[in-house]
Design a protein around this ligand. Structure first.
Ligand code: R5P
Length: 296
């Protein structure tokens, strides 16, 4: 087994190879002056089991095409098995047709990847579990929230920690539940959030939270504009939280996201290396190592 480092996840791929105790495949890539992508394996991969590491954060479409190129080449050159590790699986928020006539882009991506011949896919904190069902090969979701929660406990000496999901969707609740279990049963709760499908505007319903004097860790899968986390931080502060931290798996941090969270009273944001960002402090590589244990 060997690891292929996709252009979007060179450092993460090295960490994955280290965790698994295997080598990196020698390869090179470049973009031509007109933007087209070029990829080449510099060693014989025929008969090799490969783990292709390529997270699909922005620019998503570029990163998707890079992944397709690598997988297609590996299949063409007869690698014996192709496992894809895409911690951030782009388009997972478009998991169904919310408005008539909409494209279900998560399904499109799944169909293409399966068609060109992946054998399995692993992702981290997928926005909606339903997307995994679009894959006709084994598709696994790994949960990073226990690692994220442990980061804050170990590095910030939390007094009375409290975990908060900024929305009450199934996947969001599962993330705080798992983090709570990892910390030995820390209290947690979830807020109710609504996003206007036309304007994108987010509204979070205020809720009585029992967090007076406590350190609240908001756990979310994605921070894009920062609006969701900022709303949850403001409510936590209003309810008397001492400190407010944000732990996120995929820190996309668009526009003024960090500023918005800071102004809402957030003391620190920590994220994983699913998306390289100024807030990256935790690696998801050990999650893949654990998930692959005992798999044929
Ligand atoms: C959506 O429900 C996700 O779980 C995140 O809460 C959301 O994508 C964050 O987006 P933003 O930072 O733009 O509020």
């Amino acid at each position: 087994m060997k690891v292929v480092a996709g252009p979007s996840s060179q450092d993460l791929a090295r960490r994955v190879a280290e965790q698994l105790g295997v080598g990196l495949v020698e390869s090179s890539w470049k973009h031509f002056p007109d933007g087209e992508f070029y990829f080449r394996f510099h060693e014989d991969i025929t008969g090799e089991e490969l783990i292709v590491v390529q997270s699909l954060y922005p620019p998503q479409n570029e990163h998707i095409f890079e992944l397709l190129t690598i997988v297609h080449t590996a299949r063409d050159l007869e690698a014996s098995k192709i496992i894809v590790f895409t911690p951030y699986l782009a388009y997972s928020r478009q998991d169904e047709r919310y408005l008539p006539g909409e494209a279900i882009t998560s399904k499109l991506l799944a169909e293409i990847l399966c068609k060109i011949g992946i054998d399995a896919i692993y992702t981290v904190d997928i926005h909606n579990f339903k997307v995994l069902g679009y894959y006709t090969v084994p598709a696994y979701n790994l949960i990073a929230s226990p690692l994220i929660a442990r980061y804050f406990v170990e590095n910030r000496r939390l007094t009375k920690p409290f975990l908060l999901a900024p929305d009450d969707e199934e996947a969001a609740i599962k993330r705080v539940e798992e983090a709570s279990k990892a910390l030995g049963g820390v209290p947690y709760d979830a807020l109710e959030k609504r996003r206007d499908r036309y304007t994108g505007r987010i509204e979070t319903k205020e809720k009585e939270l029992d967090v007076k004097g406590m350190d609240v860790v908001i756990i979310d899968d994605i921070i894009s504009t920062g609006g969701t986390a900022a709303n949850a931080a403001k409510i936590s502060k209003k309810m008397g939280a001492r400190k407010v931290y944000v732990g996120v798996t995929h820190a996309l941090l668009r526009g003024e996201a960090l500023k918005m969270m800071e102004e809402a009273g957030v003391d620190e944001v920590a994220s994983t290396d699913s998306v390289p960002a100024v807030t990256t402090k935790i690696s998801v590589a050990p999650l893949l190592r654990e998930a692959l244990k005992g798999k044929p």
